[in-house]
Design a protein around this ligand. Structure first.
Ligand SMILES: [Zn+2]
Length: 112
């Protein structure tokens, strides 16, 4: 029913191929991009971990694993409140990925 196309944030064209889809979080929202558009337009502008990074694909998985490990280590080795900040960050990252999956990635899985 809701066959709304996924529109790339950079070039405003429809993304047809799931392999071409990059979902990235920009502060508190998740945006879809073509792999090409993301690589050429988005990534260069910001590089800090919070600002903009891909949620899916290899680099998305790696960055998520790093955050997960960091949270785990902080919980094991420190009593500081910092671990709660990192935990909140991990939950935010998890939420972004669930959101990206439901809103964008799932559409491709259903289409085939
Ligand atoms: Zn594009």
């Amino acid at each position: 029913m809701s066959k709304k196309p996924i529109i790339c944030e950079v070039c405003q064209k429809v993304i047809n191929d799931p392999d071409d889809l990059i979902t990235a979080s920009t502060l508190f929202s998740v945006k879809p991009y073509h792999e090409y558009c993301y690589g050429h337009d988005v990534r260069g502008t910001k590089s800090i971990i919070l600002a903009n990074h891909p949620l899916n694909g290899t680099s998305g998985t790696v960055s998520y694993l790093l955050i997960f490990l960091l949270t785990l280590l902080l919980f094991i080795y420190t009593e500081s409140f910092i671990k709660y900040i990192v935990l909140a960050f991990l939950m935010l990252e998890t939420g972004f990925r669930i959101y990206a999956y439901i809103v964008y990635i799932r559409k491709f899985n259903k289409a085939t």
